[in-house]
Design a protein around this ligand. Structure first.
Ligand SMILES: [Zn+2]
Length: 225
């Protein structure tokens, strides 16, 4: 995982994952807390993040953008601190850990252990002293959340942005209406840069491309059925 400085206080750690996409972890160096966004494939994924934080005494807050394995497997490294997610995310990790862990164990980087979020929310959560807000933004996943840094105007959208430019609408694990509503939420947020779980950093223009692709998929489906 290689650190890339996106803005003054936003760092993205990235490594190749599939043939055409990466795995990204975010770090926001807030005024009162450091926020680690997703914990990747295990302790190995978060080791460079810990190294970057170094001896900074601010408490670390981990945020899971959703429950998929490649976003939560390093949670245990931070188990003494705050781990935040949507309420459904905690339920899904609890319910599915054993089955998904069996099927993905060969992809783990370092160690992974079941470690559930210890602070959950349903709609919104704010860390006002840090200028950080969390929003429920389902679409790719029912438990999808996004994190907005209002100081540097950076949005972390998890997998709610597609993994590559060719697939800019992600796999939809809810329904198209829910995905469209989340795009509407993103439009209301005043961001300059959007970091997602697997794609390159995007500008706000990504939303128009998503809407076009979503409308085209909708049309194809209606023509078929
Ligand atoms: Zn996902």
């Amino acid at each position: 995982m290689k650190p890339i400085k996106i803005t003054n206080r936003n760092i993205m750690f990235t490594e190749p994952m599939g043939e055409t996409y990466d795995l990204n972890i975010g770090l926001i160096l807030g005024a009162k807390h450091n926020f680690v966004i997703d914990t990747g494939r295990g302790s190995g994924s978060v080791a460079p993040v810990l190294e970057y934080i170094g001896d900074d005494p601010k408490p670390t807050v981990v945020i899971n953008t959703h429950s998929h394995w490649d976003h939560v497997c390093g949670n245990h490294v931070f188990e003494s601190g705050l781990i935040v997610s949507h309420t459904i995310c905690r339920e899904l990790i609890e319910k599915h850990w054993d089955e998904f862990f069996d099927s993905i164990s060969r992809h783990i980087d370092g160690e992974a252990r079941k470690c559930l979020p210890n602070l959950t929310f349903d709609s919104k959560l704010h860390f006002p002293e840090d200028g950080i807000s969390l929003y429920h933004t389902p679409g790719h996943a029912p438990d999808g959340i996004s994190i907005y840094d209002a100081v540097d105007r950076v949005l972390y959208a998890g997998d709610e942005i597609g993994d590559t430019d060719d697939e800019i609408v992600p796999h939809i694990g809810t329904d198209k209406e829910t995905m469209q509503r989340t795009i509407e939420i993103f439009k209301q947020i005043d961001f300059d840069i959007c970091i997602s779980g697997h794609n390159k950093p995007q500008t706000k223009a990504v939303l128009a491309r998503m809407e076009t692709a979503l409308a085209a998929a909708w049309k194809r489906q209606n023509e078929k059925g």
